[in-house]
Write a new protein. Structure first.
Length: 139
């Protein structure tokens, strides 16, 4: 157990070192346009800006799901490697691998199922998040 905690500490130390050395990035990859900003002043966001905000948050969330699953697989692998034949530690490692893979499969499956439904039914609007505006409703 002591070896496992040392190993995990070393891994997280080097991971922290790597994260500290990266250059800062912005979550928004492109400027907002269209329904996200006012047609008269592009520096003023509209309520439809939530569409753009949600799209940015979901893209970051999907990236975090993948990174988390990868880290969990690494931690579980270390648990299995340093278990020393201890059945409890081997079981914990196996469970961690299983849960990380299940989480990754569930996240990817949700994306695939939505796309399949959109393709089979022809209803592409389920893939878009839109806030109705007065122009689209005719009010």
């Amino acid at each position: 157990m002591k070896l496992l905690s040392k190993t995990i500490s070393i891994v997280f130390f080097f991971l922290g070192l790597q994260l500290a050395s990266v250059s800062p990035v912005f979550a928004q990859t492109s400027p907002w346009s269209g329904v996200c900003v006012s047609p008269t002043d592009e520096t003023v966001a509209t309520i439809q800006g939530l569409q753009c905000l949600l799209a940015n948050v979901l893209s970051i969330f999907l990236t975090l799901v993948g990174v988390t699953a990868f880290i969990m697989l690494i931690v579980a692998s270390f648990r299995l490697l340093v278990s020393g034949g201890d059945t409890k530690q081997v079981e914990k490692g196996r469970n961690s691998v299983t849960y990380a893979i299940i989480g990754l499969v569930v996240a990817v499956s949700a994306f695939i199922i939505l796309n399949l439904i959109a393709d089979f039914t022809g209803v592409r609007t389920i893939l878009e998040f839109k806030i109705p505006s007065s122009e689209s409703t005719g009010i």
